[in-house]
Design a protein around this ligand. Sequence first.
Ligand SMILES: Cc1cc2nc3c(=O)[nH]c(=O)nc-3n(C[C@H](O)[C@H](O)[C@H](O)COP(=O)(O)O)c2cc1C
Length: 441
Amino acid sequence: MKTQMLGTGEWFRKANFLPMKQHVDSVPPYQREIYQKGTRGQLPRIPLHFEELQARAQRELPARAFAYVAGGAGQESTQRANRLAFEDWCIQARMLRDVSRRNLTTTVFGREWRAPLMLSPVGALGLVREQADALVARAAARARTPMVFSNQASVKMETCASLLGDTPRWFQLYWSKSNELVASLVSRAEACGCEAIVVTLDTPLLGWRPRDLQLGSLPFTRAIGLAQYLSDPVFQSHLDEVKLRPSGPITLNSLEVFYEACRNYGGSLWKNLRTRRPLKAVQQFIDIYSRTDLTWGDLEFLRKHTRLPIVLKGILCREDARLALEAGVDGIWVSNHGGRQVDGGRTSLDALVEVMAEVQERLPVFFDSGVRSGADVFKALALGATAVGLGRPFALALGLAGEEGVLEVLESTLAELDLTMAFAGCCSIEDIRATSLLRKQ
Ligand SMILES: Cc1cc2nc3c(=O)[nH]c(=O)nc-3n(C[C@H](O)[C@H](O)[C@H](O)COP(=O)(O)O)c2cc1C
């Protein structure tokens, strides 16, 4: 008699231990990929736990880069509170529901997204890696995850847009002292396919950030994070008029900063050194970068200059949500800038609950600050967010492993969101939104 060697799975099936119809999703694809790579001794590049990711970044990134990304305002109490707020809410696991077919897709401003997850605008990423925003755009395209271009990006929006393919992109605006520049940035954003303008309201002035202050480090003085300005015709057209102010005694350090600014400015290094145009650009930027006298009435100007949806980022209370509704904007983004502006401020998650109560279903409400995992995304969605932004995790992963690092963070977050959804008995984003979280006493 001829014996036949059977593979393990086949043997089990023949012996009737496994049903013939396998559940294809019993190990979702990204989780399976990680385990498969594990059998070959290949481990994830990026620590899956945020604390570990941050600890590794601290060991491996240049001190100024780590300080800028990890740092927050003052004693960083808002930043810590953002995290603790997530622990106040619990997800209720549910049993015996058919969760074999799950769908993470959602529609935002009429456009289908792979999932309600996006990359929050993060400026000055040039500190952590060369070509930073371009690498982020490549990863976003591979993960089909929308990207919000920062006004303080290190690679201009047109380049990032060309790398994104069909993946949605928005533009985040810091409202500068020059309305002419605002209009120019917005029209460029429209031209490169941005689908919304996000106006960040919480940074009329830069926060008090001890980690950067301790190192005397502000990326913009090295022309890091100025790509949207340097590539702008309006910004450039005023540079010739700039009269450089005296900058104090020349030291080795000031020469190094000047040299780096000349390198980051782009074009001929020799010409930059000779004309000192990069210094003029830095000075002009510092003079105009934001307005402390902006009021609700100014939004009218933006409305006149764009047909794109306008989203206000930084709304943290019921009253401002009501004013946003009255101003006729198209979306609200609840955020405390990851605790980088106000120390001892309220947490973004608590603000989300309050803002949702005011807004009801009248506007999409986006959310970020403290999101570290798929379970966190689930919680923010269950509390009413339309979509959720990821910030520091992708910035640190970019520093550690470039494009692949950002991709890993995105795929891990999405995989965990998918699994959490299954455990909570949800099959769609609508199901998540209809789910109630439990509040710890
Ligand atoms: C290093 C860094 C740079 C940032 N730059 C910007 C920016 O240019 N524009 C903006 O609107 N928000 C900026 N933010 C805020 C993020 O968009 C987001 O609100 C914040 O990262 C959320 O907090 P989390 O990263 O702790 O989750 C920045 C945040 C970090 C950490």
